[in-house]
Design a protein around this ligand. Structure first.
Ligand code: 2NL
Length: 366
């Protein structure tokens, strides 16, 4: 039995010295495992006489008990030490500045489109959209643009090599007007819609990009006249530029899809050498700047839209979203809009949660 005392003492000593859970497991196997010395002693008990068993049994069971208890205690101690070490290593220093997380921004064109949708929604306009790949009937014919119209030339418009299922030429839409034609044919009258979106023209220089953004509006109802057009555009421009002193100048013009056609200028004045929208352009130091094209919808276009022009009249207008964004936010290089330069976007972009109608104002308040 001296041997048992010695083995028990050795095992308990090894348990106390174990510094890892793996080492502890090895000790457990060497003592309590199938081939372990405690298990070996337990197996010999069957061969002992009842007297011997009575004498040695308690000692052997006592050894198993002592080793088991010591193993459990050491395991708990090692695990708690490991947890303490992890907590110390992973501690968060709340006094440190938070790491910067990259944040995207809303492109000025998207911001302005949201502002326009907001302003026109207040006047009862819905937002309509349509395909950017169009056929030449919706893009040109239905808009009273004759076969000879220069915009139809390959030189100005991006055509696809193939025709569509109905034998029509396919192209990248050159304006958003086909959206309004589709709306008239689908929804009929009365109609109050704006159509913002990407349009394409074969044009590329400092002030023209092959892709740009347009917004058009269309109102079809009974008894619509130029007065409705003027009030709508004046109300829109005041809201968009956030000034009450916007003055409009309507100039006679020509578009195939409107008759009569009207170009709309806004007055500006020079403040510290900068153009600031507002006031009459005829005031000293002032001028007029074109912002919109518009007119009463040509009766042929109303017919192409499936409506009777003797029953329904309408007005329409169109303008460039990119240009509006440049005017309102003082951006001067159109090409930078589409470079995708993260520094430009970070500087001129808007926060995702900015309210679309800005209250910050533009330029100098009167
Ligand atoms: C401009 C001028 C304009 C329209 C667009 C239009 C659409 C239909 C019927 C009649 Cl479906 N007109 N759109 C009318 C006048 C002018 O745009 O300068 N755009 C950049």
């Amino acid at each position: 039995m001296e041997q048992l005392d010695q083995q028990q003492a050795e095992t308990l000593g090894a348990i106390a010295d174990a510094t890892t859970l793996d080492a502890l497991e090895a000790i457990r196997v060497s003592a309590l495992g199938k081939q372990g010395w405690v298990s070996a002693l337990l197996k010999t008990m069957g061969q002992l006489s009842p007297e011997e068993r009575q004498a040695k049994g308690p000692q052997i069971h006592g050894a198993r008990e002592a080793v088991t208890t010591a193993l459990a205690a050491r395991k708990a101690a090692l695990e708690s030490a490991a947890l303490d070490a992890r907590l110390a290593a992973e501690a968060v220093d709340l006094s440190l500045p938070a790491p910067e997380s990259p944040r995207g921004s809303v492109h000025p064109v998207s911001q302005v489109m949201d502002e326009l949708a907001e302003i026109f929604a207040d006047m009862g306009f819905a937002v309509a959209s349509g395909p950017e790949i169009e056929d030449d009937w919706h893009n040109f014919t239905a808009l009273n643009m004759p076969e000879t119209h220069p915009a139809r030339a390959m030189h100005d418009t991006f055509y696809f090599p193939d025709k569509d299922g109905q034998g029509r030429d396919m192209l990248l839409r050159t304006h958003t007007s086909p959206v309004q034609i589709r709306a008239m044919l689908k929804d009929g009258a009365p109609l109050r819609i704006i159509a913002p979106g990407r349009v394409y023209r074969s044009d590329s220089d400092a002030t023209h990009t092959p892709m740009f953004h347009q917004i058009e509006g269309l109102v079809i109802d009974k008894g619509i006249h130029l007065g409705h057009l003027k009030w709508t555009l004046e109300t829109f421009l005041k809201a968009f530029f956030e000034r009450h002193d916007i003055v409009l100048r309507l100039r006679p013009s020509y578009f195939p899809f409107t008759e009569p056609s009207v170009e709309v200028d806004v007055g500006y004045t020079l403040v510290n050498g900068k153009r600031v929208v507002g006031g009459s352009g005829d005031a000293p130091g002032g001028g007029w700047m074109e912002v919109l094209g518009s007119g009463m919808v040509n009766r042929k276009v109303i017919e192409f839209g499936g409506l009777d022009p003797d029953e329904w009249q309408g007005f329409a207008f169109g303008t460039g979203v990119d240009r509006l964004a440049m005017l309102k936010y003082g951006l001067d290089d159109l090409r930078a809009f589409f470079d995708g330069d993260a520094r430009w976007l970070g500087h001129y972009g808007f926060g995702a949660l900015d309210v679309p109608t800005l209250s910050g104002g533009v330029g100098v308040k009167p």
